[in-house]
Design a protein around this ligand. Structure first.
Ligand code: 0XW
Ligand code: MG
Length: 409
């Protein structure tokens, strides 16, 4: 006679005392313990630790149309699960004025969320996202840090990489692009030539916030320097009026480039779109899934510059990725700034994007003086990034490299 028991952990003890002798033997206990081992016990959040780190900008300052930066205030989070596994997250807003994201705001939001997240499952990112939305409206950028850490934990738990959890990588090497900090036309052209020689096939020229004639001269000199050996992007970071953007585009209509976020609002950009000579990508206007749907409904652009933390993290970005693929809208995978943790998340996301849809990936690695995990640092070689190989994000930050602990829950 075969007795088949399906016992949960909590009933094993009682069951054993009431069973005939064999069933009270060590061999039967070993079988039950094995069953219990394979029962997917939910992994729960047991601790959340928040670190603050100042990231000095190497070769700075970093100059865009609306600001000049010399250092970034980064927030790193360490989420410890009840089985001892650790997941890492990070958010590094590009200063307090770039967008409605602020380092102090990120830490305030995380301090608000953390106590209620203790005890939550680490295996259900969608449920966690909804829980966070119930607790705090908006603040996608702060919630993204939690999202990164949970995906990191899930990967470690299931012994897979984050890109596997996001649908699977289409490649192991990701094409990078280089953003040239705003400078003189000659300096910009020299840097463009230098970066092309280093293997970058997509070059972003910063414009706006100065006389349009100087922007036009910089674009012309870059075109003379690199020609069509690289895909050119002119990124105004919202710093132009519609008339300035039209003037620039029409003055350079013989030069192919993608015009990124020329004006401040989606309405201004969609107004000029029919009158200019270049395809348009929206960047700063995209702060979540709904903004992508609004841009599509307004027929406002031809693609996007997508920042992982701004839109809410990896899972939100995966939804946007699929919408863009369905509508043939190429995009980047990037973030405003960030160290190895953000960079790894960018690569894992970028690896799942259909190649024809990926404009390129960007990380702040070139501008950051020390990595969180020197053994697995995310680095660009010959214009490409190698996808991390370890489980989860594949990054193991060293605690003496992630700044100082500011809050623990
Ligand atoms: C080039 N970036 C990704 C770096 C800075 O965050 C700005 C941003 C952009 O595209 O504007
Ligand atoms: Mg941009």
């Amino acid at each position: 006679m075969v007795i088949i028991f399906v016992a949960t952990g909590s009933h094993i003890g009682g069951l054993l005392t009431s069973l005939p002798s064999f069933e009270q033997s060590d061999s039967f206990r070993a079988i039950l313990i094995n069953i219990n081992k394979y029962k997917k016990s939910p992994m729960k959040i047991s601790e959340i630790h928040i670190y603050q780190k100042d990231q000095r900008i190497v070769d700075g300052p970093y100059i865009m149309s609306t600001m000049t930066l010399t250092s970034i205030d980064a927030t790193i989070i360490k989420v410890v699960a009840d089985n001892g596994l650790v997941g890492w997250g990070e958010v590094s807003p590009l200063g307090p004025a770039y967008q409605p994201q602020h380092a102090l705001g990120a830490r305030a939001a995380l301090c608000h969320l953390a106590p209620d997240l203790i005890g939550s499952s680490c295996l259900h990112p969608l449920l966690l996202q909804r829980r966070m939305n119930d607790l705090l409206n908006g603040h996608n950028y702060a919630k993204a840090a939690i999202d990164f850490a949970i995906m990191d934990l899930m990967g470690k738990y299931y012994k897979v990489r984050v890109c596997d959890l996001l649908g699977g990588p289409v490649r192991e090497r990701l094409p990078a692009y280089f953003a040239i900090s705003k400078g003189s036309p000659d300096d910009t052209a020299r840097k463009a030539k230098d970066k092309l020689a280093q293997g970058y096939k997509r070059l972003q020229i910063k414009s706006g916030g100065r006389d349009v004639a100087e922007d036009i001269e910089a674009i012309r000199k870059v075109w003379e320097a690199v020609g069509n050996k690289a895909n050119l992007v002119v990124d105004a970071n919202r710093g132009m009026t519609g008339s300035q953007a039209m003037q620039l585009s029409l003055a350079c209509k013989d030069i192919p480039f993608l015009f990124e976020q020329p004006c401040n609002t989606m309405e201004e950009v969609s107004n000029i779109r029919p009158q200019i000579a270049h395809p348009i990508a929206l960047d700063e206007n995209i702060e979540g899934i709904n903004d992508v749907l609004r841009a599509i409904s307004m027929n406002a652009c031809d693609g996007f510059g997508l920042k992982l933390t701004r839109v809410g993290g990896l899972n939100a970005m995966a939804t946007i990725r699929d919408i863009c693929e369905a509508r043939g809208l190429p995009h980047t995978c990037e973030d405003s700034w960030g160290g190895d943790i953000v960079s790894a998340a960018i690569l894992h996301m970028g690896a799942t994007v259909k190649p024809a849809m990926l404009e390129g990936v960007w990380t702040a690695g070139n501008y950051i003086e020390e990595s969180y995990d020197p053994a697995n640092t995310v680095a660009c070689t010959d214009g490409f990034f190698d996808l991390p190989t370890g489980f989860g994000l594949g990054i193991t930050p060293q605690e003496d490299r992630i700044g100082h602990l500011v809050h623990s829950f």
